[in-house]
Write a protein that binds this ligand. Structure first.
Ligand code: AMP
Length: 372
C-alpha cells in the first residue's frame, strides 16, 4: 500500500482489488439471475473507463452473450449551445434484444442520460444499466440504474479503468484523491546495535522530525511499571519481539501525540511484515506515507561486540547476555530482515554502510534524507 502520484495529484488506497472482485462477481450473478432462461444479452461497455470492469464482469457472467462497446465523445463549439455528445462504434442490429450497459461509474448522470437517448431509437426489448460505482450525492437525473456495485462518496477516484488526465487506468485497485502529503516520514532500519538510536538523535534536530523509538517507549513503560511495561518486559528480557498488536497500537498512540509534526523518524519500527502493513495503512489514511527506509548495514559479529560493550554502561539487561543478544539477531533475521524487500518493492530502500565514525555515518544518512 502506498500513495500514488499522478502529475500534480496524490491518491490513497481506497477499494482493494479483492473487494472489487467480490463486487464484480456479485453484479454478474445478479444480472444472470434476472435474465429469462435462454436469453442472450448484449453487453455494451462504455469506453474508456469500463474496459477492466467489462472484461472481469463478462468472465464472471458465465453464459452466452454478445459484447460491444461504445464511446461517447464530447465536442466543443459545434453548436453555440455547448457540448455535443456523439456515439462512436455500435453497428449491431439491436432490434428486440436485451441490452445491458456496463458503466464503471455513474456520477451526475449526464452520460447515462445520453445512453438512454441513444437506445431509445433502437427498438430494443429491454435496456438495463449496471454500474460498478455510483455517487448518489451528485446524481441529478430521474433515470433508472438497475444494478449498482458500490455507492461511494463524491471524491475523485482512479484505478481499475478510471483515470486522471488519462493516467491511472492500469492500477488493479481503486485509489481516492488525497491531500498532498505534508510530512517526511523515515524508517531508520538495521539490526540491533547498528546505531539507529544514536543517529536518530542527531537527525531529528537536523530535520526537525519527531523520533519514535518503540524500544525506548517500552523501556519507559517498564520503568514506570505501567500495564504495557509489565507485558512488554517478559518478551524484551528474552530478546523476543513484543506481539504485533500491542506494538502497533502503542506506535499509533505515539504518532497521534504529535499530529502537527513535520514528520517522524521511526526507529525500531516496523519490525515485522504486519507492522509495516499497519504503518502504511495508518499513514495512508492520513494522506501521508513513508518516504524511505534508510538502513544501516553492519555485519553481525561487529554488532555483538558493540552490544556487549554497550551493555557495560547502558543498563539494558538485553545487552549483557550473549545468548539473549543472539536471540535478538535471530528475531531480526527471521522476522525483520524481510522488510528490506517490502520497501525495495516500493522503491523506498536505501542501504548505507553503518561502519565508521558517528559523524561520518550521519553525513551518509543525511545525503539520503536530503533526497527524500
Ligand atoms: P530496541 O531498543 O529497538 O533494540 O528494542 C528492544 C526490544 O524492544 C526488542 O528486542 C523487542 O523486545 C522490543 N521491541 C522494540 N520495538 C519493537 C517492535 N517494533 N516490535 C516488537 N518488539 C519491539
Amino acid at each position: 500500500m502506498k500513495l500514488i502520484k499522478l502529475q500534480d495529484l496524490y491518491f490513497k488506497p481506497f477499494i482493494s482489488s479483492e473487494e472489487i472482485a467480490i463486487i464484480v462477481k456479485y453484479l454478474a450473478k445478479k444480472v444472470k439471475a434476472d435474465l429469462p432462461k435462454g436469453e442472450i444479452p448484449i453487453f455494451v461497455g462504455i469506453l474508456n473507463g469500463c474496459f477492466l470492469f467489462a472484461a472481469d464482469f463478462i468472465r464472471e457472467f458465465n453464459g452466452n452473450c454478445e459484447v460491444s462497446f461504445i464511446k461517447l465523445a464530447s465536442y466543443n463549439g459545434i453548436s453555440s449551445t455547448g457540448n455535443v455528445k456523439k456515439l462512436v462504434g455500435i453497428n449491431e442490429d439491436l432490434t428486440g434484444r436485451t441490452i445491458i450497459i456496463l458503466e464503471d461509474i455513474i456520477d451526475t448522470g449526464t452520460t447515462l442520460q445520453e445512453i438512454y437517448n441513444i437506445f431509445r431509437e433502437k427498438n430494443v426489448k429491454q435496456l438495463k444499466v449496471a454500474t460498478l460505482f455510483f455517487k448518489p450525492s451528485v446524481f441529478r437525473k430521474e433515470l433508472p440504474i438497475d444494478y449498482i456495485g458500490k455507492s461511494i462518496e463524491d471524491k475523485f477516484i482512479i484505478g481499475y479503468g478510471l483515470d486522471y488526465n488519462g493516467l491511472g487506468r492500469n492500477y488493479p485497485a481503486i485509489y481516492q484523491r488525497s491531500t498532498t502529503p505534508k510530512m517526511k516520514n523515515i524508517v531508520l532500519f538495521g539490526p540491533p546495535g547498528a546505531g539507529k538510536g544514536t543517529q536518530a538523535e542527531f537527525l531529528k534536530d537536523m530535520y526537525n522530525l519527531v523520533h519514535i523509538s518503540t524500544g525506548d517507549v517500552f523501556r519507559f513503560n517498564i520503568k514506570n511499571k505501567t500495564e504495557l511495561g509489565l507485558l512488554a518486559k517478559k518478551y524484551m528480557d528474552e530478546g523476543d519481539l513484543v506481539p504485533d498488536e500491542v506494538t502497533i497500537n502503542m506506535l499509533k498512540a505515539e504518532v497521534e501525540k504529535n499530529t502537527d509534526a513535520n514528520g517522524f523518524i521511526f526507529d525500531g519500527f516496523p519490525r515485522t511484515q504486519s507492522q509495516a502493513e499497519a504503518l502504511d495503512a495508518f499513514l495512508g489514511d492520513k494522506g501521508e506515507q513513508i518516504n524511505g527506509m534508510v538502513a544501516l548495514e553492519v555485519a553481525e559479529d561487529i554488532l555483538v561486540t558493540r552490544l556487549l560493550e554497550r551493555g557495560k554502561t547502558s543498563g539494558r539487561t538485553d545487552d549483557t547476555d550473549e545468548s539473549k543478544i543472539r536471540n535478538r539477531f535471530n528475531e531480526y533475521n527471521t522476522k525483520t530482515a524481510i522488510l528490506k524487500e517490502y520497501f525495495e518493492a516500493q522503491d523506498k530502500y536505501y542501504g548505507i554502510n553503518g561502519v565508521g565514525s558517528i559523524e561520518e555515518i550521519t553525513r551518509r544518512i543525511s545525503k539520503v534524507f536530503d533526497t527524500l
